[in-house]
Design a protein. Sequence first.
Length: 254
Amino acid sequence: MNNIYYKAKQVWNSLTPIPSKTSIASEIDPQKKFINFFQPGPTYYFIFNLSVGEFDFISKEIFEILGYQPNEINAYDFVNKIHPEDQPFFAAFEHKIHSFYHSLSAEKLTKYKFQYTFRVLDNFGNYKNILHQTFTLEYNIENNFTKSLGFHSDISHLNLKGEPLLSFIGMDGEPSYYNVPLDQNTFIPVKEVFTVREKEIMKLVAEGNRSAKIAHLLNISVHTVNTHRKNILKKTDSSNWFEASSKAIKNGWI
């Protein structure tokens, strides 16, 4: 039982202690939640079933990113392909996620996403740095978390350094919890550093959009976009946008 997958499965089972035949889907259409996820690199998505500790679905884009066909990799294989240095963080983060979700009331189960990064071995023997973003897709009548919708984005190009960080991002007006300390028993919300508009611009820049396109998408002037970009560089104490994007993604600010 020392295998990292089985350690994680114990946590998943505690989130869904009794597989229920009477499950209810999230009241919010998952398509409407997609706007809360961004793709700072090639991305695939998946549905994970916590009741059995297995993927219900993986999109075909996983082949472009990791070189695996959706039907040739399962949860056991995937978890054990996480870099050995990142596996302890993966296990610790899953335990922390368990504590966080058990602290939420039923109406808030679908109003949070959590995210962190890890390196995973692709089918060609190379490690890819992955941004892992997930939110509750389904829960049962006992308010147990049963299925999640997740996105894996390849952020290897950002060349992130240091230990992975865990953040819980509030949606629909809920507070966020950034860089959650693993040894902290309570969850303390963090005051937002960035405005809603700055976050929109940070996401769009991280996805590779230039100022002119961002101005068109947000119906604002290029000058306004560039002003926001300068403010973001100042707030992140960054000398260039590459550095700012790396900090924002690792810290969960966007």
